[in-house]
Design a protein around this ligand. Structure first.
Ligand code: NAD
Length: 497
Protein backbone atom coordinates (compact mmCIF):
# COMPACT_ATOMS: atom_id res chain seq x y z
CA UNK A 1 0.00 0.00 0.00
CA UNK A 2 1.25 3.49 -0.77
CA UNK A 3 1.93 5.94 2.06
CA UNK A 4 -1.01 8.03 0.91
CA UNK A 5 -3.45 5.12 1.24
CA UNK A 6 -1.99 4.10 4.60
CA UNK A 7 -2.44 7.65 5.92
CA UNK A 8 -6.09 7.71 4.77
CA UNK A 9 -6.77 4.27 6.29
CA UNK A 10 -5.16 5.40 9.58
CA UNK A 11 -7.27 8.52 9.69
CA UNK A 12 -10.47 6.59 8.93
CA UNK A 13 -9.75 3.91 11.54
CA UNK A 14 -8.92 6.58 14.17
CA UNK A 15 -11.77 9.01 13.47
CA UNK A 16 -14.40 6.93 11.67
CA UNK A 17 -14.30 9.34 8.73
CA UNK A 18 -12.07 11.46 6.49
CA UNK A 19 -11.61 15.18 6.99
CA UNK A 20 -12.77 17.67 4.39
CA UNK A 21 -15.44 15.60 2.65
CA UNK A 22 -17.83 17.70 0.54
CA UNK A 23 -21.35 18.02 1.97
CA UNK A 24 -23.13 20.35 -0.48
CA UNK A 25 -24.51 20.03 -3.99
CA UNK A 26 -22.22 20.90 -6.90
CA UNK A 27 -23.94 23.07 -9.50
CA UNK A 28 -22.46 25.33 -12.16
CA UNK A 29 -18.88 24.97 -11.03
CA UNK A 30 -19.40 25.69 -7.35
CA UNK A 31 -20.45 24.14 -4.07
CA UNK A 32 -23.71 25.42 -2.62
CA UNK A 33 -26.30 24.47 -0.02
CA UNK A 34 -29.32 22.68 -1.38
CA UNK A 35 -32.54 24.63 -1.78
CA UNK A 36 -34.01 23.03 1.36
CA UNK A 37 -30.84 23.67 3.39
CA UNK A 38 -31.41 20.23 4.90
CA UNK A 39 -28.80 17.51 5.30
CA UNK A 40 -28.91 13.71 5.29
CA UNK A 41 -26.43 11.24 6.78
CA UNK A 42 -24.58 8.38 5.19
CA UNK A 43 -23.52 5.45 7.38
CA UNK A 44 -20.44 3.21 7.36
CA UNK A 45 -21.99 -0.26 6.83
CA UNK A 46 -19.00 -1.82 8.61
CA UNK A 47 -19.76 0.04 11.87
CA UNK A 48 -23.40 1.14 11.37
CA UNK A 49 -22.27 4.67 12.38
CA UNK A 50 -22.74 7.90 10.40
CA UNK A 51 -19.53 9.05 8.76
CA UNK A 52 -20.60 11.94 6.52
CA UNK A 53 -23.43 14.38 5.89
CA UNK A 54 -24.71 15.47 2.52
CA UNK A 55 -27.28 17.85 1.07
CA UNK A 56 -30.93 16.80 0.70
CA UNK A 57 -31.60 18.13 -2.79
CA UNK A 58 -35.03 18.72 -4.30
CA UNK A 59 -36.74 19.75 -7.55
CA UNK A 60 -35.44 23.32 -7.28
CA UNK A 61 -31.86 22.02 -7.18
CA UNK A 62 -32.63 19.81 -10.17
CA UNK A 63 -33.96 22.85 -12.06
CA UNK A 64 -30.81 24.84 -11.23
CA UNK A 65 -28.61 21.93 -12.36
CA UNK A 66 -30.51 21.55 -15.63
CA UNK A 67 -30.33 25.29 -16.39
CA UNK A 68 -26.57 25.20 -15.74
CA UNK A 69 -26.11 22.01 -17.71
CA UNK A 70 -28.05 23.25 -20.71
CA UNK A 71 -26.19 26.56 -20.79
CA UNK A 72 -22.86 24.76 -20.52
CA UNK A 73 -23.88 22.41 -23.32
CA UNK A 74 -25.03 25.10 -25.74
CA UNK A 75 -22.53 27.83 -24.99
CA UNK A 76 -19.40 25.92 -24.04
CA UNK A 77 -19.03 22.17 -24.17
CA UNK A 78 -20.29 21.35 -27.63
CA UNK A 79 -18.04 24.10 -29.00
CA UNK A 80 -14.92 22.74 -27.31
CA UNK A 81 -12.65 20.90 -29.74
CA UNK A 82 -12.95 17.11 -29.35
CA UNK A 83 -9.18 16.93 -28.85
CA UNK A 84 -9.48 19.34 -25.93
CA UNK A 85 -12.31 17.27 -24.42
CA UNK A 86 -9.96 14.31 -24.71
CA UNK A 87 -7.22 16.21 -22.86
CA UNK A 88 -9.53 17.08 -19.99
CA UNK A 89 -10.70 13.50 -19.61
CA UNK A 90 -7.12 12.24 -19.57
CA UNK A 91 -6.12 14.91 -17.07
CA UNK A 92 -9.00 13.78 -14.84
CA UNK A 93 -7.67 10.20 -15.11
CA UNK A 94 -4.25 11.33 -13.87
CA UNK A 95 -5.81 13.20 -10.95
CA UNK A 96 -7.97 10.20 -10.04
CA UNK A 97 -4.81 8.09 -9.79
CA UNK A 98 -3.11 10.80 -7.71
CA UNK A 99 -6.08 10.77 -5.29
CA UNK A 100 -6.38 6.99 -5.04
CA UNK A 101 -6.12 6.88 -1.26
CA UNK A 102 -8.90 9.29 -0.39
CA UNK A 103 -11.24 7.98 -3.09
CA UNK A 104 -10.72 4.33 -2.17
CA UNK A 105 -11.08 4.86 1.57
CA UNK A 106 -14.18 7.04 1.14
CA UNK A 107 -15.73 4.41 -1.14
CA UNK A 108 -15.08 1.68 1.41
CA UNK A 109 -16.58 3.76 4.24
CA UNK A 110 -19.65 4.56 2.13
CA UNK A 111 -20.33 1.24 0.44
CA UNK A 112 -18.83 -1.31 2.86
CA UNK A 113 -16.69 -3.02 0.23
CA UNK A 114 -13.14 -4.22 1.00
CA UNK A 115 -10.43 -1.63 0.38
CA UNK A 116 -8.83 -3.82 -2.31
CA UNK A 117 -12.11 -3.70 -4.26
CA UNK A 118 -12.38 0.08 -3.88
CA UNK A 119 -8.85 0.34 -5.26
CA UNK A 120 -9.91 -1.77 -8.25
CA UNK A 121 -12.77 0.71 -8.77
CA UNK A 122 -10.40 3.72 -8.61
CA UNK A 123 -8.18 2.07 -11.20
CA UNK A 124 -11.23 1.31 -13.37
CA UNK A 125 -12.54 4.88 -13.34
CA UNK A 126 -9.11 6.21 -14.30
CA UNK A 127 -9.09 3.72 -17.18
CA UNK A 128 -12.64 4.74 -18.23
CA UNK A 129 -11.50 8.38 -18.35
CA UNK A 130 -8.43 7.48 -20.39
CA UNK A 131 -10.37 5.19 -22.70
CA UNK A 132 -13.17 7.63 -23.50
CA UNK A 133 -10.63 10.45 -23.64
CA UNK A 134 -9.05 8.43 -26.43
CA UNK A 135 -12.42 8.16 -28.20
CA UNK A 136 -13.47 11.81 -27.95
CA UNK A 137 -11.71 12.90 -31.15
CA UNK A 138 -12.55 9.75 -33.09
CA UNK A 139 -16.34 9.99 -33.30
CA UNK A 140 -16.45 10.12 -37.07
CA UNK A 141 -19.48 10.25 -39.31
CA UNK A 142 -19.85 8.73 -42.77
CA UNK A 143 -20.77 9.63 -46.32
CA UNK A 144 -23.54 8.07 -48.36
CA UNK A 145 -23.11 7.51 -52.13
CA UNK A 146 -26.17 9.08 -53.77
CA UNK A 147 -24.50 9.64 -57.15
CA UNK A 148 -22.73 12.58 -58.77
CA UNK A 149 -25.47 15.12 -58.14
CA UNK A 150 -25.55 14.86 -54.36
CA UNK A 151 -23.30 15.10 -51.34
CA UNK A 152 -24.74 13.22 -48.39
CA UNK A 153 -23.14 12.72 -45.01
CA UNK A 154 -24.00 11.69 -41.47
CA UNK A 155 -22.60 13.54 -38.46
CA UNK A 156 -22.72 12.32 -34.86
CA UNK A 157 -24.09 15.04 -32.60
CA UNK A 158 -24.14 15.00 -28.79
CA UNK A 159 -27.69 14.51 -27.47
CA UNK A 160 -27.39 17.36 -24.93
CA UNK A 161 -28.05 17.26 -21.18
CA UNK A 162 -27.78 13.74 -19.75
CA UNK A 163 -28.86 12.42 -16.33
CA UNK A 164 -27.06 9.62 -14.51
CA UNK A 165 -28.93 7.87 -11.70
CA UNK A 166 -26.46 5.81 -9.70
CA UNK A 167 -26.76 2.61 -7.65
CA UNK A 168 -25.05 2.02 -4.30
CA UNK A 169 -23.05 -1.08 -5.18
CA UNK A 170 -20.48 0.62 -7.46
CA UNK A 171 -20.93 4.34 -6.75
CA UNK A 172 -17.94 5.98 -8.45
CA UNK A 173 -17.57 3.19 -11.00
CA UNK A 174 -21.16 3.57 -12.22
CA UNK A 175 -20.82 7.35 -12.28
CA UNK A 176 -17.75 7.39 -14.50
CA UNK A 177 -18.95 4.45 -16.62
CA UNK A 178 -21.78 6.75 -17.75
CA UNK A 179 -20.27 10.21 -17.41
CA UNK A 180 -16.99 9.55 -19.28
CA UNK A 181 -18.57 8.51 -22.62
CA UNK A 182 -21.21 11.23 -22.27
CA UNK A 183 -18.55 13.92 -21.77
CA UNK A 184 -16.41 12.48 -24.56
CA UNK A 185 -19.36 12.70 -26.94
CA UNK A 186 -19.89 16.36 -26.05
CA UNK A 187 -22.85 15.98 -23.67
CA UNK A 188 -23.18 17.61 -20.29
CA UNK A 189 -23.85 15.49 -17.22
CA UNK A 190 -26.05 15.67 -14.12
CA UNK A 191 -25.36 12.97 -11.54
CA UNK A 192 -27.79 11.74 -8.89
CA UNK A 193 -25.92 9.37 -6.54
CA UNK A 194 -27.72 6.75 -4.42
CA UNK A 195 -28.76 8.07 -1.02
CA UNK A 196 -26.58 5.56 0.86
CA UNK A 197 -23.40 6.24 -1.18
CA UNK A 198 -23.17 9.91 -2.26
CA UNK A 199 -19.61 10.76 -1.22
CA UNK A 200 -17.27 9.76 -4.07
CA UNK A 201 -19.43 11.35 -6.80
CA UNK A 202 -19.07 14.62 -4.91
CA UNK A 203 -15.32 14.12 -4.41
CA UNK A 204 -14.92 13.62 -8.15
CA UNK A 205 -16.28 17.13 -8.73
CA UNK A 206 -13.17 18.65 -7.14
CA UNK A 207 -11.07 16.43 -9.40
CA UNK A 208 -13.02 17.41 -12.52
CA UNK A 209 -12.72 21.09 -11.61
CA UNK A 210 -8.98 20.77 -11.09
CA UNK A 211 -8.72 18.95 -14.43
CA UNK A 212 -10.25 22.03 -16.06
CA UNK A 213 -13.82 21.03 -16.92
CA UNK A 214 -15.83 24.23 -17.44
CA UNK A 215 -18.60 25.17 -14.99
CA UNK A 216 -21.87 23.33 -15.60
CA UNK A 217 -20.40 20.52 -17.68
CA UNK A 218 -20.78 18.13 -14.73
CA UNK A 219 -23.22 18.79 -11.87
CA UNK A 220 -24.07 16.58 -8.89
CA UNK A 221 -27.34 16.78 -6.96
CA UNK A 222 -27.63 14.50 -3.93
CA UNK A 223 -30.88 13.45 -2.26
CA UNK A 224 -33.57 10.80 -2.47
CA UNK A 225 -34.91 9.09 -5.56
CA UNK A 226 -38.26 10.72 -4.90
CA UNK A 227 -37.02 14.29 -4.38
CA UNK A 228 -34.20 14.38 -6.97
CA UNK A 229 -34.41 11.32 -9.24
CA UNK A 230 -38.08 11.79 -10.18
CA UNK A 231 -37.89 15.45 -11.31
CA UNK A 232 -34.58 14.80 -13.05
CA UNK A 233 -35.96 11.95 -15.18
CA UNK A 234 -39.15 13.88 -15.93
CA UNK A 235 -37.32 17.11 -16.87
CA UNK A 236 -38.04 18.35 -20.37
CA UNK A 237 -34.46 19.52 -20.97
CA UNK A 238 -32.85 16.19 -20.06
CA UNK A 239 -32.31 14.28 -23.31
CA UNK A 240 -30.95 10.96 -22.04
CA UNK A 241 -31.17 9.11 -18.73
CA UNK A 242 -28.67 6.40 -17.79
CA UNK A 243 -30.04 4.40 -14.88
CA UNK A 244 -28.63 1.48 -12.90
CA UNK A 245 -30.73 -0.11 -10.18
CA UNK A 246 -33.84 -2.22 -9.59
CA UNK A 247 -36.40 -3.28 -12.18
CA UNK A 248 -39.24 -1.46 -10.38
CA UNK A 249 -37.38 1.85 -10.26
CA UNK A 250 -36.11 1.38 -13.82
CA UNK A 251 -39.68 1.04 -15.01
CA UNK A 252 -40.62 4.22 -13.13
CA UNK A 253 -37.62 6.04 -14.65
CA UNK A 254 -38.74 4.96 -18.12
CA UNK A 255 -42.29 6.20 -17.49
CA UNK A 256 -41.04 9.60 -16.35
CA UNK A 257 -38.61 9.88 -19.25
CA UNK A 258 -41.41 8.96 -21.66
CA UNK A 259 -43.25 12.19 -20.84
CA UNK A 260 -40.76 14.15 -22.91
CA UNK A 261 -39.63 11.31 -25.20
CA UNK A 262 -36.27 11.21 -23.44
CA UNK A 263 -34.14 8.19 -24.31
CA UNK A 264 -32.99 5.82 -21.56
CA UNK A 265 -30.33 3.21 -20.89
CA UNK A 266 -31.51 0.77 -18.22
CA UNK A 267 -29.12 -1.55 -16.39
CA UNK A 268 -31.41 -3.50 -14.08
CA UNK A 269 -29.48 -6.41 -12.65
CA UNK A 270 -29.98 -10.09 -13.17
CA UNK A 271 -29.92 -13.68 -12.06
CA UNK A 272 -26.96 -14.72 -14.12
CA UNK A 273 -26.07 -18.40 -14.63
CA UNK A 274 -22.66 -20.04 -14.56
CA UNK A 275 -22.94 -23.28 -16.53
CA UNK A 276 -20.37 -25.76 -15.22
CA UNK A 277 -19.97 -28.74 -17.57
CA UNK A 278 -18.50 -32.06 -16.48
CA UNK A 279 -15.36 -31.70 -18.62
CA UNK A 280 -14.26 -28.39 -17.06
CA UNK A 281 -11.18 -27.70 -14.94
CA UNK A 282 -13.10 -28.15 -11.70
CA UNK A 283 -10.63 -26.56 -9.29
CA UNK A 284 -10.36 -23.49 -11.50
CA UNK A 285 -14.16 -23.27 -11.78
CA UNK A 286 -14.50 -23.43 -7.98
CA UNK A 287 -12.02 -20.58 -7.46
CA UNK A 288 -13.48 -18.46 -10.25
CA UNK A 289 -17.05 -18.95 -9.00
CA UNK A 290 -16.04 -17.77 -5.51
CA UNK A 291 -15.23 -14.41 -7.12
CA UNK A 292 -18.27 -14.54 -9.42
CA UNK A 293 -20.72 -14.65 -6.53
CA UNK A 294 -18.83 -13.20 -3.54
CA UNK A 295 -17.09 -10.16 -5.09
CA UNK A 296 -18.59 -7.09 -3.35
CA UNK A 297 -20.52 -9.56 -1.14
CA UNK A 298 -22.65 -10.46 -4.16
CA UNK A 299 -23.93 -6.91 -4.56
CA UNK A 300 -23.11 -6.97 -8.25
CA UNK A 301 -25.75 -6.72 -10.97
CA UNK A 302 -23.96 -9.30 -13.11
CA UNK A 303 -22.98 -11.62 -10.21
CA UNK A 304 -22.91 -15.32 -11.03
CA UNK A 305 -25.78 -16.09 -8.67
CA UNK A 306 -26.91 -19.40 -10.21
CA UNK A 307 -24.64 -22.40 -10.57
CA UNK A 308 -26.01 -24.67 -13.30
CA UNK A 309 -23.96 -27.84 -12.92
CA UNK A 310 -23.87 -31.29 -14.51
CA UNK A 311 -24.87 -34.02 -12.06
CA UNK A 312 -21.64 -36.01 -12.59
CA UNK A 313 -19.45 -33.37 -10.92
CA UNK A 314 -22.05 -31.83 -8.62
CA UNK A 315 -21.04 -33.52 -5.34
CA UNK A 316 -17.33 -32.83 -5.74
CA UNK A 317 -17.91 -29.19 -6.76
CA UNK A 318 -20.32 -28.47 -3.92
CA UNK A 319 -18.06 -30.05 -1.31
CA UNK A 320 -15.01 -28.06 -2.43
CA UNK A 321 -16.90 -24.80 -2.94
CA UNK A 322 -18.73 -24.94 0.40
CA UNK A 323 -15.45 -25.57 2.24
CA UNK A 324 -13.75 -22.62 0.52
CA UNK A 325 -16.78 -20.32 0.99
CA UNK A 326 -17.00 -21.08 4.72
CA UNK A 327 -13.31 -20.17 5.16
CA UNK A 328 -13.49 -16.71 3.53
CA UNK A 329 -12.65 -13.83 5.86
CA UNK A 330 -15.41 -11.36 6.74
CA UNK A 331 -15.00 -7.92 8.27
CA UNK A 332 -14.82 -4.15 8.00
CA UNK A 333 -13.67 -3.13 4.52
CA UNK A 334 -10.68 -1.13 5.80
CA UNK A 335 -9.22 -4.32 7.30
CA UNK A 336 -9.34 -5.81 3.84
CA UNK A 337 -11.27 -9.03 4.33
CA UNK A 338 -12.50 -11.06 1.34
CA UNK A 339 -16.12 -10.32 2.23
CA UNK A 340 -17.08 -6.78 3.23
CA UNK A 341 -20.35 -5.38 4.52
CA UNK A 342 -23.81 -5.30 2.97
CA UNK A 343 -24.53 -1.69 2.06
CA UNK A 344 -27.56 -1.06 4.26
CA UNK A 345 -29.60 -2.61 7.06
CA UNK A 346 -32.55 -2.74 4.67
CA UNK A 347 -30.57 -4.75 2.10
CA UNK A 348 -29.19 -7.09 4.80
CA UNK A 349 -32.70 -7.74 6.09
CA UNK A 350 -33.90 -8.47 2.54
CA UNK A 351 -31.14 -11.06 2.01
CA UNK A 352 -31.74 -12.68 5.41
CA UNK A 353 -35.50 -12.87 4.82
CA UNK A 354 -35.07 -14.58 1.44
CA UNK A 355 -32.58 -17.14 2.83
CA UNK A 356 -34.67 -17.80 5.97
CA UNK A 357 -37.76 -18.40 3.84
CA UNK A 358 -35.78 -20.78 1.60
CA UNK A 359 -34.54 -22.73 4.62
CA UNK A 360 -38.09 -22.90 6.01
CA UNK A 361 -39.40 -24.50 2.83
CA UNK A 362 -36.68 -27.12 2.87
CA UNK A 363 -33.94 -25.69 0.64
CA UNK A 364 -30.58 -27.24 1.62
CA UNK A 365 -28.19 -24.53 2.97
CA UNK A 366 -24.74 -26.09 2.53
CA UNK A 367 -22.68 -23.00 3.44
CA UNK A 368 -23.35 -19.82 5.41
CA UNK A 369 -26.94 -18.65 5.52
CA UNK A 370 -26.87 -16.21 8.44
CA UNK A 371 -26.25 -12.54 9.22
CA UNK A 372 -23.01 -11.87 11.02
CA UNK A 373 -20.84 -8.99 12.34
CA UNK A 374 -17.31 -7.64 12.13
CA UNK A 375 -15.35 -10.07 14.34
CA UNK A 376 -13.37 -7.27 16.08
CA UNK A 377 -16.10 -4.75 16.80
CA UNK A 378 -19.19 -6.97 16.90
CA UNK A 379 -20.94 -4.39 14.70
CA UNK A 380 -21.81 -3.93 11.04
CA UNK A 381 -24.12 -5.44 8.44
CA UNK A 382 -22.60 -8.66 7.16
CA UNK A 383 -23.94 -11.85 5.61
CA UNK A 384 -22.08 -15.14 5.46
CA UNK A 385 -21.06 -16.45 2.03
CA UNK A 386 -23.96 -18.76 1.31
CA UNK A 387 -24.65 -21.73 -0.96
CA UNK A 388 -28.14 -23.19 -1.48
CA UNK A 389 -28.02 -26.64 -3.06
CA UNK A 390 -30.27 -28.44 -5.54
CA UNK A 391 -32.88 -25.72 -5.91
CA UNK A 392 -35.97 -26.15 -8.09
CA UNK A 393 -36.13 -24.02 -11.27
CA UNK A 394 -39.25 -22.18 -10.09
CA UNK A 395 -37.91 -21.43 -6.59
CA UNK A 396 -37.76 -17.79 -5.53
CA UNK A 397 -33.99 -18.00 -4.94
CA UNK A 398 -33.57 -19.00 -8.59
CA UNK A 399 -35.98 -16.48 -10.05
CA UNK A 400 -35.39 -13.35 -7.93
CA UNK A 401 -32.33 -11.12 -7.68
CA UNK A 402 -31.14 -11.36 -4.05
CA UNK A 403 -28.21 -8.95 -4.37
CA UNK A 404 -26.13 -10.59 -1.67
CA UNK A 405 -23.57 -13.39 -1.24
CA UNK A 406 -26.00 -16.19 -2.04
CA UNK A 407 -25.34 -18.85 -4.70
CA UNK A 408 -28.22 -21.10 -5.80
CA UNK A 409 -27.25 -24.47 -7.29
CA UNK A 410 -29.30 -26.08 -10.08
CA UNK A 411 -28.40 -29.65 -11.10
CA UNK A 412 -28.78 -30.64 -14.78
CA UNK A 413 -28.31 -33.72 -16.95
CA UNK A 414 -26.64 -32.73 -20.19
CA UNK A 415 -26.12 -29.62 -22.23
CA UNK A 416 -29.69 -29.22 -23.46
CA UNK A 417 -31.11 -29.11 -19.97
CA UNK A 418 -28.24 -26.78 -18.97
CA UNK A 419 -29.29 -24.35 -21.72
CA UNK A 420 -32.96 -24.43 -20.83
CA UNK A 421 -32.19 -23.91 -17.11
CA UNK A 422 -29.69 -21.13 -17.88
CA UNK A 423 -32.38 -19.30 -19.89
CA UNK A 424 -35.11 -20.07 -17.35
CA UNK A 425 -35.51 -16.69 -15.65
CA UNK A 426 -36.93 -13.32 -16.68
CA UNK A 427 -33.42 -11.79 -16.63
CA UNK A 428 -30.69 -11.85 -19.28
CA UNK A 429 -27.62 -9.90 -18.16
CA UNK A 430 -24.55 -12.18 -18.04
CA UNK A 431 -23.55 -15.85 -18.23
CA UNK A 432 -20.37 -17.90 -17.99
CA UNK A 433 -19.61 -21.39 -19.31
CA UNK A 434 -16.92 -23.60 -17.81
CA UNK A 435 -15.78 -26.28 -20.24
CA UNK A 436 -12.73 -27.45 -22.22
CA UNK A 437 -14.91 -28.25 -25.24
CA UNK A 438 -14.88 -25.28 -27.65
CA UNK A 439 -17.90 -26.60 -29.58
CA UNK A 440 -20.01 -26.77 -26.45
CA UNK A 441 -18.75 -23.34 -25.33
CA UNK A 442 -19.56 -21.62 -28.61
CA UNK A 443 -22.92 -23.41 -28.96
CA UNK A 444 -24.03 -22.30 -25.50
CA UNK A 445 -22.63 -18.78 -26.06
CA UNK A 446 -24.80 -18.59 -29.19
CA UNK A 447 -27.97 -19.80 -27.48
CA UNK A 448 -27.86 -18.24 -24.02
CA UNK A 449 -30.07 -15.16 -23.83
CA UNK A 450 -27.74 -12.64 -22.16
CA UNK A 451 -25.97 -9.40 -23.00
CA UNK A 452 -22.54 -10.90 -22.41
CA UNK A 453 -21.28 -14.45 -22.21
CA UNK A 454 -17.83 -15.40 -20.97
CA UNK A 455 -16.04 -18.74 -21.09
CA UNK A 456 -13.79 -20.10 -18.32
CA UNK A 457 -13.47 -16.75 -16.51
CA UNK A 458 -16.61 -15.23 -15.08
CA UNK A 459 -15.61 -11.56 -15.08
CA UNK A 460 -13.59 -11.66 -18.31
CA UNK A 461 -13.89 -8.56 -20.48
CA UNK A 462 -13.87 -5.47 -18.29
CA UNK A 463 -14.36 -1.88 -19.26
CA UNK A 464 -13.62 -2.37 -22.97
CA UNK A 465 -16.42 -4.81 -23.80
CA UNK A 466 -20.10 -3.79 -24.18
CA UNK A 467 -22.18 -4.46 -21.09
CA UNK A 468 -25.96 -4.53 -20.62
CA UNK A 469 -28.94 -6.81 -20.45
CA UNK A 470 -31.84 -8.42 -22.25
CA UNK A 471 -35.40 -9.00 -20.97
CA UNK A 472 -35.90 -7.61 -17.42
CA UNK A 473 -32.19 -6.83 -17.18
CA UNK A 474 -32.84 -3.74 -19.30
CA UNK A 475 -31.58 -2.44 -22.59
CA UNK A 476 -28.83 -0.31 -24.06
CA UNK A 477 -25.16 -1.05 -23.63
CA UNK A 478 -22.51 0.62 -21.49
CA UNK A 479 -18.72 0.21 -21.56
CA UNK A 480 -16.66 -0.19 -24.72
CA UNK A 481 -17.17 1.99 -27.77
CA UNK A 482 -20.85 1.05 -27.82
CA UNK A 483 -21.52 3.25 -24.80
CA UNK A 484 -20.81 6.32 -26.93
CA UNK A 485 -23.94 5.59 -28.97
CA UNK A 486 -26.15 6.41 -25.96
CA UNK A 487 -24.89 9.97 -26.07
CA UNK A 488 -24.84 10.62 -29.84
CA UNK A 489 -27.57 11.07 -32.39
CA UNK A 490 -27.11 10.87 -36.12
CA UNK A 491 -27.83 13.87 -38.33
CA UNK A 492 -27.94 13.36 -42.08
CA UNK A 493 -27.19 16.26 -44.41
CA UNK A 494 -27.91 15.83 -48.11
CA UNK A 495 -27.02 18.50 -50.65
CA UNK A 496 -28.00 18.67 -54.30
CA UNK A 497 -25.07 20.05 -56.26
P1 NAD B 1 -33.28 1.55 -6.62
O1 NAD B 1 -33.39 1.03 -7.99
O2 NAD B 1 -34.55 2.01 -5.98
O3 NAD B 1 -32.25 2.78 -6.56
C1 NAD B 1 -31.27 3.04 -7.54
C2 NAD B 1 -31.14 4.53 -7.74
O4 NAD B 1 -32.38 5.05 -8.22
C3 NAD B 1 -30.84 5.34 -6.48
O5 NAD B 1 -29.97 6.42 -6.82
C4 NAD B 1 -32.19 5.89 -6.09
O6 NAD B 1 -32.14 7.07 -5.32
C5 NAD B 1 -32.78 6.19 -7.45
N1 NAD B 1 -34.24 6.27 -7.48
C6 NAD B 1 -35.14 5.71 -6.65
N2 NAD B 1 -36.39 6.01 -7.03
C7 NAD B 1 -36.28 6.78 -8.14
C8 NAD B 1 -37.21 7.40 -9.01
N3 NAD B 1 -38.51 7.28 -8.81
N4 NAD B 1 -36.76 8.10 -10.07
C9 NAD B 1 -35.42 8.20 -10.30
N5 NAD B 1 -34.50 7.66 -9.50
C10 NAD B 1 -34.91 6.95 -8.44
O7 NAD B 1 -32.57 0.43 -5.78
P2 NAD B 1 -32.57 0.17 -4.19
O8 NAD B 1 -33.94 0.41 -3.61
O9 NAD B 1 -31.45 0.93 -3.61
O10 NAD B 1 -32.25 -1.40 -4.16
C11 NAD B 1 -33.29 -2.33 -4.35
C12 NAD B 1 -32.84 -3.52 -5.16
O11 NAD B 1 -32.39 -3.08 -6.44
C13 NAD B 1 -31.66 -4.28 -4.60
O12 NAD B 1 -32.05 -5.21 -3.65
C14 NAD B 1 -31.10 -4.93 -5.83
O13 NAD B 1 -31.77 -6.15 -6.09
C15 NAD B 1 -31.40 -3.95 -6.93
N6 NAD B 1 -30.20 -3.16 -7.32
C16 NAD B 1 -29.63 -3.45 -8.50
C17 NAD B 1 -28.50 -2.75 -8.88
C18 NAD B 1 -27.82 -3.06 -10.18
O14 NAD B 1 -26.61 -2.87 -10.31
N7 NAD B 1 -28.53 -3.49 -11.19
C19 NAD B 1 -27.96 -1.76 -8.07
C20 NAD B 1 -28.59 -1.46 -6.87
C21 NAD B 1 -29.72 -2.17 -6.50
Amino acid sequence: MSQQIEACVDEALRTGTLSGLPDQVYIDGRWRDSDSGKKMETLDPGTEKPFARFAAGNAADVDAAVVSSERAFKEVWRKVDPAQRANLLRRAATLVRANEGRLAVAETLDSGKPLAESRIDVDAIARFLDYYGGAADKLQGETIPLGRDFVSYNVLEPVGVTAHILPWNFPMFAMVRGAAPALAAGCTVIVKPAETTPVTALMLMDIFTEAGFPAGVCNVVTGTGQAVGEPLCAHKKVRHVTFTGSVATGSRVMQNAARHITSVTLELGGKSPAVVLADCDLDHAVEDMLEAIYFNAGQVCSAGSRLVIERRIHDEFVEKFAARASALTIGHGLKNPVIGAINSRQQLEKIARIVDDARARGVNVVAGGRCTVDPDSGAGWFFQPTMLDDVRPDDRVVQEEIFGPVLSVQIVDGIEEALSVANGTDYGLAACIYTKDIKKALGLARDIDAGQVTVNQYYAGGIYTPFGGNKLSGFGREKGLEALRNYCRTKNVTVRI
